[in-house]
Design a protein around this ligand. Structure first.
Ligand code: NAD
Length: 450
């Protein structure tokens, strides 16, 4: 088979224009590739056509608008557009249902639609995170439903997306792309594609299943490592030791070709991937009679953090003389991680809910999240400014740190708070110097494990 992608000028379709698909489409178009984006969501397609983007990813709205304006990115709900492209990249959503089972509907419908439009010589690159075996056993048979045969008429490769929100566009060009091909021919073609178009390094796996497992191991490791940091933080708190000091010293030990790399403790783990992928892996293992204890332990440790943080706040304001049921708490940063405006599975929600349940008056502010999304998720109208949120507060809790907050004048905010005010650092963000200056301003500082 001769792949169509082995030509100077190629066209790529990207199926699924959510977080991942939009970033991939904008990056390829930005590098001069003609891209057709296909999504079933009419509103999303119209939004991109109108030069708008609801995703709060640094640089993404501008990159999409530029690509669309330059005529490099076309978007449509019509799958027929795929037929005219040389490579088809698939990045539809892969949520899980009860017990970690993949909710297959997006994968099924996308693969069946693509199958109906495939033509000889095309390469289908599947990026969505799935339980190992899904590409071979579910996706490829659906692609073949249109009559062509995988490996003979068209190629398939699985290339997981490993970008993290907040730095997605940079990571798309920096992280090596893992490639597992249906056969050696497909794998090699996918490697040529990523190397020549985005100029990224590739890592070849010997099978699709190995590449699928790489993605799940990535997020298993991250979730597990954060759980380690969170449990360490709780322990350090109990013995009066600064967890960040312990982590920094520990991380200086060389190990396994790099060094020990314990991540930072925080208010909990959220987002669409780390809360889902470990369970997807756990379920896949359980179906084969393998019990992954560490997945369960890590998920439980991380899921326990919001209640722990709400407890720190309640205890902290109580010690300063205001019982939580009479306290006013200002929360700055609501998204699931620093520097994104994504509220999906954000751990800040259970913190706010627990405080409100305890009777606290909670004000919330996040400049990266549209106010209507905050109202919809939190059932609270957000404060328009940090100053308004902080007015009269017994606690200022930073639960997600955004670069925009660097401009906040903490001394000025302090003049607006209650006379005694707890400063809760929910992201282990502040270094010891800043902690000292916060204390100098009269805040009572508390961090997780600090
Ligand atoms: N968000 C992340 O940071 C991230 C990072 C790495 C990997 N991933 C993985 O990448 C995949 C996509 O994630 P996402 O966050 O972009 O999801 P998303 O929910 O933001 O986007 C999925 C998109 O696919 C569209 N879609 C659904 N069914 C379709 C169909 N049949 N045909 C065409 N389009 C369809 C939806 O309308 C939506 O726009 C998932 O498997 C996810 O686990 C996500």
């Amino acid at each position: 088979m001769r792949f169509l992608l082995d030509r100077e000028e190629i066209t790529v379709s990207v199926v699924g224009l959510g977080y991942v698909g939009s970033c991939v489409a904008a990056s390829l178009a930005g590098d001069g590739v003609d891209v057709v984006g296909v999504d079933v969501n009419t509103r999303l397609v119209e939004e991109i056509r109108a030069g708008r983007c609801h995703l709060r990813e640094p640089g993404l709205p501008e990159a999409l608008a530029r690509a669309h304006g330059a005529g490099r990115l076309r978007v449509t709900t019509d799958f027929a557009a795929i037929s005219d492209t040389d490579v088809v990249v698939v990045a539809v959503g892969t949520p899980i249902g009860e017990d970690g089972v993949l909710a297959e509907s997006q994968v099924r419908s996308a693969a069946a639609e693509i199958g109906r439009c495939l033509r000889p010589g095309q390469l289908v690159i599947f990026k969505s995170t799935v339980p190992p075996g899904t590409t071979r056993d579910l996706v490829v048979p659906l692609l073949e439903g249109g009559g062509l045969v995988c490996g003979r008429d068209f190629g398939v490769a699985y290339c997981p997306e490993r970008l993290s929100q907040g730095s997605a566009l940079a990571e798309i060009r920096e992280l090596p792309v893992v490639v597992g091909g249906w056969d050696a021919h497909s794998g090699a073609a996918a490697e040529r594609f990523w190397r020549s178009r985005l100029r990224v390094r590739t890592v070849a796996c010997s099978s699709i299943e190995a590449a699928e497992t790489v993605k799940l191991l990535n997020n298993w490791w991250i979730d597990h490592n954060i759980a380690l940091a969170n449990e360490l933080a709780r322990y350090c708190s109990s013995i009066g030791v600064d967890a960040m000091e312990v982590i920094a010293a520990t991380n200086r030990v060389p190990k396994g070709g790099g060094s020990i790399n314990v991540l930072s403790p925080g208010v909990g783990v959220g987002g669409s991937c780390l809360t889902k992928d470990p369970w997807m892996l756990w379920r896949s293992a359980r179906d084969r009679g393998v019990h992954l204890n560490t997945v369960v332990a890590a998920r439980e440790a991380n899921d326990a953090m919001p209640a722990y943080v709400a407890g720190l706040i309640a205890d902290g304001v109580g010690e300063l003389g205001t019982p939580v049921q009479r306290a006013r708490v200002a929360v700055l940063g609501l998204s699931f991680k620093n520097n994104t405006g994504d509220l999906r599975s954000t751990p800040t929600l259970p913190v706010v809910a627990a405080l409100r349940d305890a009777g606290a008056d909670v004000a919330v502010y996040d400049p990266l999240v549209p106010p209507e999304e905050i109202s919809g998720t939190f059932g609270l109208d957000p404060s328009p400014t940090a100053e308004k949120a902080v007015a009269g507060a017994d606690c200022l809790a930073v639960l997600a740190w955004h670069d925009e907050f660097a401009d906040l004048d903490l001394a000025a905010l302090r003049t607006l708070t209650a006379p005694d005010c707890l400063f809760l650092d929910g992201r282990a963000h502040f270094d010891s110097q800043t902690v000292e200056s916060l204390t100098g301003l009269g805040f009572t500082y508390r961090g997780i494990g600090r």
